[in-house]
Design a binder for this molecule. Structure first.
Ligand SMILES: [Zn+2]
Length: 632
């Protein structure tokens, strides 16, 4: 029967043998099947094809079969078949060809169109014949069903085990499995202590990067147990990396919890390179299996949750304020530029001359505009003023005032609500009126009708807009304070100044305290000479404005920005002082006071650093030299 189906036209074309094992594991373990697949080459010769006309496609070895997109061999096969170059496609059990049904049907379809035969060890099918076609279709369906049950069986078995906390997977470093299969702390003291060291360090800094730095400074490596087959379970020590530390901090196992299904491998996120599904971490609330107190822990569950939250905040620099970092500038992370509105950075670098930390707006710098700095200022006077404002606001008196403000606000809100209601009522009335006018006009009078319709729409839009604003205002005013809360706040306000000034309080803790009350601070050191406009946005939404004097000249803390000094060095001798000043001003440099450069300020730097003299020597400038110790 086979030979009847095979005709001259088929012999004139090629015979293709498609060899495939879906996983690398099958490729290694299932040698027998692979050999059987290669034997199909001989079968092609038996069926009458010359050996030179038999080609084996085995590029897809070790690729899983759920979609054809990343199986280049299968794609090549389909192309060749489509071009009518193939007489027969041979494979072990025809149904293996394509696990996924749509791929399978596509192949049968194309084979049918190009009169290509399909064969396996036992039979040859012609997809053009209805009976064969049906048979092949059924085989494909069966194969898919088989795959499905196989998968379900595997998955269900795994999940069942996981739900009981019994599913085995490689344990994180720091744990070993006992003979009974339970999780135990690693018997190696050094391993346990090193992990404890990571958690301690994070407890202290709250920043993963600082943990890495800490470990490196002390020359401490991190332990890793090998999970590969070769040397399974043996211990190696690795230089700490940020990713390793973050992985440890993120792993719920160290909090004693057995978690399964933390990662989701959904088919719609695939690597463009390998075609493998990309894992995505599920939010904690959606973890399918979470058994707390499953094994001995390195830290409490509460601390683990807190750490995760800190990591998350530190990660998103812009949205969240992040953890209060070390460094002496109080406002790091919550300070914004009053000129351009961007977040300001903190410069803690101690350069050649001892520089005090400063706030610096480098928005344009970060945007690739390397020459521009909006403004910068020493942080000390600003910090002092902010601390003062903060302590005043949280002092018992300040809190009392706050309560009164709150009462006033509640009163205001009631009045505001009434206003809103009246406004809305008016808008609704106008909308109804517009509708009546529109209804009254003769529809044939199109020009008038369309104009009236437009007006009616406008009125409706206004009603909608007001309704939205009303709802939002209502939501925003939902805050009242209970008598108990009042008591707590009063108590806290009495203790706070003491805590703030205590020697034992670190700067980092002060920053945390500050952030409980202050949402952000905006600085403008350009608009006024020698002064900085400060605006505090309190968490309550209230704004406070005041000005701070820049540090007095000569106290050593104010210096011309080094970038500007470098430019002056570059240009000295080539241009006059006035030209240099103009150029600096043009690209946005400002003096340490936030002022524009003049020939005098440039002249000062040139003399101080003994650069070439002014090209257009100006007598007046000479006399105008600022007194010694003056720093621009
Ligand atoms: Zn700026």
């Amino acid at each position: 029967m086979n030979t009847v189906k095979i005709q001259t036209l088929h012999y004139e074309r090629m015979a293709y043998v498609y060899v495939r094992q879906s996983t690398p594991w099958q490729v290694i373990e299932n040698r027998e099947s692979t050999e059987r697949q290669y034997h199909l080459r001989e079968r092609a010769v038996q069926l009458g094809w010359p050996a030179s006309h038999v080609e084996v496609i085995d590029e897809d070895q070790g690729r899983s079969g759920s979609t054809a997109a990343h199986r280049t061999g299968f794609q090549r096969l389909v192309t060749e078949v489509g071009l009518g170059k193939v007489g027969i496609v041979l494979m072990l059990e025809a149904s293996r060809l394509a696990r996924n049904n749509s791929d399978w049907y596509r192949l049968i379809e194309i084979c049918g169109l190009t009169s290509t035969l399909i064969g396996d060890e036992g039979a040859v099918y012609s997809p053009r014949e209805p009976n064969d076609r049906l048979l092949l279709g059924v085989k494909g369906t069966l194969s898919e069903a088989e795959l499905f049950t196989l998968r379900t069986r595997l998955y269900e078995g795994r999940w069942n085990k996981a739900r009981k906390g019994n599913l085995q997977f490689p344990l994180p470093t720091g744990y070993v499995r006992s003979a009974a299969g339970d999780w135990e702390l690693d018997p190696d003291t050094q391993v346990r202590e090193r992990l404890a060291c990571v958690f301690d360090s994070f407890r202290c800094h709250g920043v993963a990067r600082s943990v890495v730095r800490d470990l490196k400074k002390q020359g401490l490596d991190l332990p890793t147990r090998i999970t590969a087959r070769d040397g399974y379970g043996s211990l190696i020590w690795k230089t700490p990396s940020l990713s390793a530390v973050v992985r440890i901090l993120h792993n719920p196992a160290y909090a004693g919890a057995y978690v399964f299904g933390r990662w989701e491998y959904s088919g719609d996120h695939r690597s463009a390179k390998t075609g493998k599904a990309i894992a995505r971490q599920l939010p904690m609330a959606k973890w399918p299996v979470r058994i707390e107190l499953h094994h001995p822990a390195y830290l409490s569950w509460e601390e683990y949750v807190k750490n995760r939250e800190l990591l998350r905040q530190n990660w998103s620099h812009d949205e969240a304020t992040g953890v209060a970092r070390e460094g002496s500038s109080l406002l790091q992370g919550i300070v914004y530029c009053g000129i351009c509105g961007n977040k300001m950075g903190v410069q803690n670098r101690v350069l050649r001359e001892k520089r005090s930390p400063s706030y610096i707006c480098q928005a344009s710098y970060h945007n690739g505009d390397t020459d521009k700095i909006c403004q910068s200022m020493t942080s000390r006077p600003v910090d002092a003023a902010i601390a003062e404002a903060f302590l005043e606001a949280v002092s018992p008196l300040g809190v009392e005032v706050g309560f009164r403000v709150l009462e006033q606000l509640e009163h205001d809100i009631a009045a505001q609500r009434r206003q809103h209601e009246l406004q809305l009522e008016q808008a609704r009335y106008e909308a109804r009126l517009a509708q009546r006018q529109y209804d009254a006009v003769d529809p044939d009078n199109r020009l008038v009708a369309s104009e009236l319709e437009r007006r009616w729409n406008e009125k409706l839009e206004r009603v909608h807009h007001l309704e939205k604003a009303f709802i939002q205002a209502e939501q925003e005013s939902q805050w009242t304070i209970t008598p108990e809360e009042r008591q707590t706040i009063k108590k806290l306000s009495q203790d706070l100044p003491t805590v703030w000034r205590a020697q034992t309080t670190t700067n980092q803790e002060r920053k945390r305290l500050l952030r409980m009350a202050i949402a952000s601070v905006q600085l403008d050191g350009v608009s006024k000479t020698g002064e900085i406009d400060v605006q505090i946005r309190w968490r309550s939404g209230v704004l406070t404005n005041f000005t701070v004097k820049r540090t007095a000249p000569g106290d050593g803390s104010l210096k011309t920005p080094p970038e500007a000094v470098a430019k002056i060095h570059e240009m000295a001798g080539k241009y006059s002082h006035q030209e240099i000043a103009d150029r600096l001003n043009d690209v946005g440099y400002r003096t340490a006071f936030g002022r524009q450069y003049t020939h005098q300020t440039v002249g000062y730097i040139c003399r101080r650093d003994q650069l070439a003299a002014d090209r257009k020597r100006n007598k007046k400038t000479e006399r105008d030299i600022l007194k010694p110790g003056y720093i621009c």
